[in-house]
Design a protein around this ligand. Structure first.
Ligand code: COA
Length: 242
């Protein structure tokens, strides 16, 4: 895959590593990053060799400090922005990615940063992590999925508190409310995420993808409908192995 300005993409065995790479601006999410992430996520989704992907941020201070504020003033009109969103639906691609996505989170994880992390299946954080959705203070609502993804992860009340107040959530609170799967020291963050990725990658990828699909699709359905999906997927896996 080509060189990127805002990302580093590496494939080690069957694990893909995506590093947000604008450390001088705390990996702020700009339009270039959006386009490059789109390209990488498409490639990962189509690559049968990739069994797990790990998303992380370059530099000491942040996974991602949110949307690039310098682009706010130059952003296209709402109509164009909407059209671009449909042409480049990065968040939809994240959510449709068939393989597990693990986010390794450190430092600031704000705005689009937390929204990206919420599109991942597993979140591992280091002790210095600080989550937040500062949009309310900027006069906008989170628009990269957090109004939908955050309540599904931490429940309605905590999600609304975070979005109404725009405050910060540190590592221990994030663990308490289920925003992250685990907290480790900064020095162990990437080895923990990689180790988890390696362990998952040892299982049959069709089974792992089936589990992911059953859970993610089922969460938007009633229990009865979800159980029906589970039955179909479980049957499909058995058929594949015959
Ligand atoms: N967009 C563009 N640039 C950003 C950025 C963003 N979201 N967040 C940080 N940066 C830039 C800063 O402008 C600064 O650039 P400079 O060195 O050229 O001045 C650099 O990254 C380092 O940030 P700095 O503010 O000096 O670090 P800090 O440790 O003092 O503060 C934050 C860190 C995250 C608290 C602060 O940068 C911040 O509030 N950023 C904006 C967060 C935000 O509102 N995001 C949008 C959500 S929708």
């Amino acid at each position: 895959m080509g060189n990127f300005d805002t990302l580093i993409f590496e494939k080690v065995d069957s694990i893909a590593y995506i590093t947000l790479n604008r450390p001088e601006v705390l990996n702020a999410y700009n339009m270039r990053m959006r386009d490059e992430l789109y390209q990488v996520l498409m490639a990962i989704s189509d690559d049968p060799e990739v069994r797990v992907a790990v998303l992380k941020g370059a530099g000491d201070k942040a996974f991602c400090a949110g949307a690039d504020l310098t682009e706010f003033l130059t952003a296209p009109s709402p109509t164009v922005a909407r059209q671009v969103r449909w042409e480049r639906d990065v968040w939809g691609l994240f959510l449709r990615c068939p393989c597990p996505l693990i986010a390794a989170l450190h430092g600031y994880v704000l705005g689009s940063g937390i929204e990206m992390a919420l599109c991942c299946d597993i979140r591992i954080a280091s002790e210095d992590v600080q989550f937040g959705l500062p949009e309310v203070a900027l006069g906008i609502i989170p628009a990269a999925g957090a109004t939908q993804t955050l309540p599904r992860v931490v429940g309605r009340a905590k999600a609304l508190e975070m979005m109404f107040l725009g405050g910060r959530v540190g590592a221990s609170e994030a663990l308490d409310i289920g925003l992250v799967n685990g907290v480790v020291s900064r020095s162990k963050l990437y080895s923990t995420a990689s180790d988890m990725a390696r362990r998952i990658s040892q299982f049959d990828p069709r089974v792992v993808a089936g589990i992911k699909q059953a859970v993610t699709r089922g969460l938007d359905l009633s229990l009865v409908e979800g159980l029906a999906i589970e039955k179909i997927l479980a049957g499909a896996i058995i058929d594949l192995k015959r």
